[in-house]
Design a protein around this ligand. Sequence first.
Ligand code: NAD
Length: 453
Amino acid sequence: MDYFSIFKSQRDFYKSHQTKDISFRKENLIKLQKILKSNEERLYQAIYIDFRKSKFDTYANELSIIYAEIKYFLKNIERLSKPQKVKTNLANLLGESNIYKEPLGCALVIGAWNYPYQLTLAPVVSAIAAGNTCMIKPSELPENTMRLMAELINNNFPSNYLYVVEGGIPETTEILKYPFDKIFFTGSPKVGKIVYQAASKNLTPVTLELGGKSPAIVTKSADLDVAAKRIVWGKFLNGGQSCIAPDYVLVEESIQDEFLKRLKKQLEEANYEDGAEHYVSIINKRNFDRILGLIEQEKIFYGGKTNEATLYIQPTVLLNVGWEDAVMQEEIFGPVLPVLSFNNLQETLGRINKLDKPLAAYLFTNIKAEKELFLQNISFGGGCVNDTIMHIANENLPFGGVGNSGIGNYHGEFGFNCFSHQKSIIKKAVWGEPNLKYPPYTEKKLNWLKRLM
Ligand code: NAD
């Protein structure tokens, strides 16, 4: 496939200025929504074949997020695209200052596999809303969802506007050579570095949505039933394969036993058995083996059952885990939950700070001072107090990482901004300007300047 020709045609189409038209953007958002809605059954089927994701999960955690983004933009696009008037300073007296939001141009979106529809199409929605053309590279691991997205987009939109590239590393490596105006990547920090390096050759701005080891901390003041319930839900959602899943739990030592009892009760009630409709399989054998390699049999407190034929790993809680264990050296990205204990919150936050900055962090507490300590002492992309995951579900909040977990953010207005250039414009009157800034520079002028500035 000649992807470069498609890229060039997108660049030419962008230069025709048609994508900048607000009604064009809205029409295409509505069109995308209609295509997704009228193909929902096929979208459910494809993802179920790929990794047994249920209809409920697919609607709640993938499609509904894309629909919410479309709805947000249909409602707000005029406001977001309008030049934003800002104060004019003394140096620009008799002028007016505005920020113009200009589309960046020809964008590339590269998606990850774990929420294949959401992570591929939500950024595309932002790109369309901001007036860009877009080349789209979904992850190749969930093969059926990749093929279906390619079919739905490529058969319904002209390739010089939106185009899905099917393929893996060779195809991604090829398109990463092109001088896109924006690259939006979701995936691992390792591949994020490859993308960043490729982008640097063309000085292409990037948004990198990466991962990391996101802690959940439970202090003795927490409501333990709520903590156990929300940690179990957030961790084992999508079979533990969520970028913002709690990676490990740090529990205050004096309540560890109580907390573990409740964790076990929640896991039993959730009934994540092999074949359960609400429990997602591991994506492939390579990840299945990788995750099993992180489970030390003698440390299993709960779970440990597996089925290679169905790529099932039972939710598994590990106890007596040390910071030096293999399971604490990398993002787990699977249904294994190490539990570590602590005695001093401040020291524990210091220990977290020795690791790379995580994408998310969660604190369960009822004490205000502990919330403040948590917010002030560790850096992470975003998170919750007394919940997990839910910060992703509010389009008024920016979603993104920091440090090793990412660069930039999106959702709602933040997504619009991430695919826009903010052009600063001063419009001046042609009369009434003091002669101050023009030579010859005199002592008198300098004194005036000092007084004015
Ligand atoms: P990945 O980095 O392996 O792959 C992501 C994309 O990069 C895929 O489209 C893939 O085809 C492409 N790719 C892979 N290797 C490449 C290479 N050598 N050169 C060019 N392109 C390449 O990530 P993944 O396995 O799909 O997802 C898991 C990771 O993504 C985890 O670290 C997880 O935390 C992170 N993640 C982050 C978010 C977020 O929103 N921040 C969301 C989901 C997943």
